[in-house]
Design a protein around this ligand. Structure first.
Ligand code: PHE
Length: 475
C-alpha cells in the first residue's frame, strides 16, 4: 500500500503544530512557569527551545522522512536495527503521557459544559471548593477521560493523514485567532504590566537546578520531541518539502502560543483581587479555574459569553491533535513491527492506555492511596526516600508521577539517544541530503546544525541530567 502523505507544507506544519500545541502550552507551561517564579525560568526555557529543541526537531523529522517509517522501525530501516530501542522508549513515553494527558484533556470538556451553562443561564461565581470537588469525583474524571480516549482512537483507527490534517487545518488557525483576541482583551487589564515583568524579568536567585531540568523537560514535552512523534509525522512528509524552514515554523508557533497563554492568565491573576492566593493553592487548575472567570467578569462587553465555551472546545481540540500523535506512536509499533491490523492495534493500545488513565483519574482525590502513593514507597528516610526525591522530586499521586517521569526522564533520555544517533551514527551524507537536498549551497548552516546535534545538544541534556542526579543547585 502506498504510504500516505500530507497534502503539502501547510498540512504538515499544521499537523505537527497540532501535535506540539496542546495542554503543554495552555495548561502546563503557565503553571510550571508560575511555580518556578517566571523570568529566569522562561529565559532558560527559551534557550532550551533554541539550543536543544530546534536541532532535535530537524533531526526527528529527517529520520522519519528518510526512513519512511514510524519510530518503531525507523532506525532498522535506516540500517541500524540496534537503535530500535529508541522506538521502545518512545512507545513507553507515549503510554505514560497518554495515561495522564487524556484525563486532563477531559477537564476541558467539563469547562466547556460549565461555560456553556453560564452563557445560557448567567454567571454564578463557583465556590472555592468547586475545582477540588470536581477533581475528586471518580465518575466525572474517568468518564471524561474515556470520552477523550474514544475520540482519539476513532481518528487514529481511521488512519492519520486525511483526518488529522483536515481537522488541524480548521482548528489550529481558529485557536490562534481566538487566543489573539483574548490576548488583546487581557492586555488592557490593569495587571498586564505586572504579568509582563513576571514573565520576562529574570531573577536567577529564584531558579534552582530542578527548575532547569523542568525547563528542559518541558521543551521536549511541548515540542512533542524525544519519543518519535515527530519521526512518525515526518515519515508522511513529501520529499519535496524542506525540513529546516518547516521545523523553525513549528517551533516558533509552539513558543508563541505558550507565551501568549501565560500573558493571558497572568494578566488576569494580577488584576483580579485575591486570585493570586487562590491560584497559589492549586496552580494545576490555572487554565480551568482562573481563565473561566475572565470570560464572565472581565469580558462581558466583548463577547465573553460567546468566546468562553468556544475557547474550551478549542482547548479540547488542541489536546486532541496531540493525543492523536501520542496514540499513533503506540499503534504504529504494533502495525509496523508486528504486522497487526490497524483495528487490533488501536483497540489494544487504547484499552491498555485507558487502564492507566483510570488510575490517573482516581489519583486526584477520589482514591486516597492512588492520590498519595509515591514511586518508591512512603518511607521518610533512607535510600528509597532519596530515590523518591531524585526521580520524582518526592511527588505523590499517580498522575503527578506519570507527568514528572515522562517529561523529566523519558523524553530527555529519548532525545539524547536520537541526537547521538543523528549526530554520530547516521552518515552525514544522509542527513545533509535529507535536510538540504543534494549539492545545495547551505553547507555552513549544515555545519552549524551538525555541531549542535553532535556536541551542544548531548552536552546540554547530559549536563542537566547529571547535575540533577548529583543534586546540584543553581540558585
Ligand atoms: N506537545 C504536546 C503538548 O504540548 C504533548 C505531546 C508530547 C504530544 C509528546 C505528543 C508527544 O501538549
Amino acid at each position: 500500500m502506498a504510504r500516505d502523505n500530507w497534502s503539502g507544507r501547510f498540512g504538515f506544519v499544521l499537523a505537527a503544530a497540532g501535535s506540539a500545541i496542546g495542554l503543554g502550552n495552555l495548561w502546563k507551561f503557565p503553571y510550571i512557569t508560575w511555580n518556578n517564579n517566571g523570568g529566569a525560568f522562561v529565559l532558560v526555557y527559551l534557550l532550551c527551545i533554541l539550543v536543544v529543541g530546534l536541532p532535535l526537531m530537524c533531526s526527528e523529522i529527517l529520520i522519519g522522512r528518510r526512513s519512511q517509517s514510524s519510530v518503531a522501525s525507523a532506525f532498522g530501516r535506516l540500517g541500524h536495527p540496534k537503535w530500535d530501542f529508541v522506538g521502545f522508549i518512545g512507545v513507553a513515553a507515549g503510554f505514560v503521557i497518554l495515561g495522564f494527558y487524556a484525563v486532563i484533556a477531559g477537564w476541558s470538556l467539563a469547562s466547556f459544559a460549565e461555560c456553556l451553562g453560564w452563557s445560557v443561564q448567567g454567571y454564578e461565581a463557583p465556590s472555592d471548593e468547586a475545582f477540588g470537588t470536581f477533581l475528586a469525583d471518580p465518575l466525572k474524571q474517568i468518564g471524561l477521560g474515556f470520552v477523550f480516549m474514544v475520540a482519539t482512537s476513532l481518528i487514529v483507527w481511521r488512519g492519520v493523514s486525511g483526518g488529522i490534517e483536515r481537522a488541524a487545518k480548521i482548528l489550529m488557525p481558529t485557536l490562534m485567532v481566538i487566543l489573539v483576541y483574548i490576548l488583546i482583551v487581557t492586555c488592557t487589564l490593569s495587571g498586564a504590566g505586572e504579568a509582563l515583568t513576571f514573565l520576562f524579568k529574570p531573577d536567577f536567585s529564584k531558579l534552582d537546578s530542578h527548575g532547569v531540568l523542568e525547563a528542559l523537560g518541558h521543551a521536549f514535552f511541548t515540542l512533542s520531541l524525544g519519543m518519535g512523534a515527530m519521526i512518525t509525522y515526518g515519515s508522511y512528509m513529501k520529499k519535496s518539502e524542506r525540513v529546516v524552514p518547516i521545523s523553525i515554523t513549528v517551533v516558533i508557533l509552539d513558543t508563541i502560543i505558550a507565551l501568549v497563554a501565560c500573558m493571558i492568565m497572568y494578566s488576569i491573576i494580577f488584576t483580579v483581587d485575591g486570585l493570586r492566593d487562590e491560584v497559589g493553592k492549586s496552580t494545576v487548575g490555572m487554565l480551568f479555574v482562573t481563565l473561566p472567570k475572565l470570560f464572565y467578569t472581565e469580558m462581558t462587553g466583548s463577547g465573553g459569553a460567546f468566546v468562553g465555551p468556544l475557547f474550551y472546545i478549542l482547548v479540547a481540540f488542541a489536546a486532541l491533535s496531540s493525543t492523536i500523535s501520542l496514540l499513533e506512536v503506540i499503534v504504529s509499533l504494533f502495525v509496523d513491527r508486528y504486522g497487526w491490523n490497524r483495528t487490533k492495534a488501536t483497540v489494544t493500545a487504547a484499552t491498555s492506555v485507558f487502564g492507566l488513565s483510570v488510575l490517573s483519574a482516581l489519583s486526584l482525590g477520589a482514591n486516597g492511596f492512588l492520590s498519595s502513593v509515591k514511586l518508591f514507597g512512603s518511607s521518610e528516610t533512607g535510600v528509597l526516600h532519596s530515590l523518591n526525591k531524585l526521580v520524582t522530586k518526592d511527588k505523590g499521586g499517580v498522575l503527578n508521577i506519570l507527568d514528572h517521569i515522562s517529561a523529566n526522564w523519558l523524553l530527555p533520555i529519548g532525545g539524547l539517544a536520537i541526537t547521538i544517533y543523528v549526530g554520530w551514527v547516521l552518515p552525514t551524507k544522509d542527513s545533509k541530503e535529507e535536510l538540504f537536498g543534494e549539492g545545495e549551497g547551505s553547507s555552513l548552516f549544515y555545519k552549524v546544525w551538525l555541531f549542535f546535534v553532535r556536541f551542544v545538544v548531548p552536552a546540554a541534556i547530559g549536563w542537566v541530567i547529571v547535575d540533577v542526579v548529583l543534586g546540584g543547585d543553581f540558585s
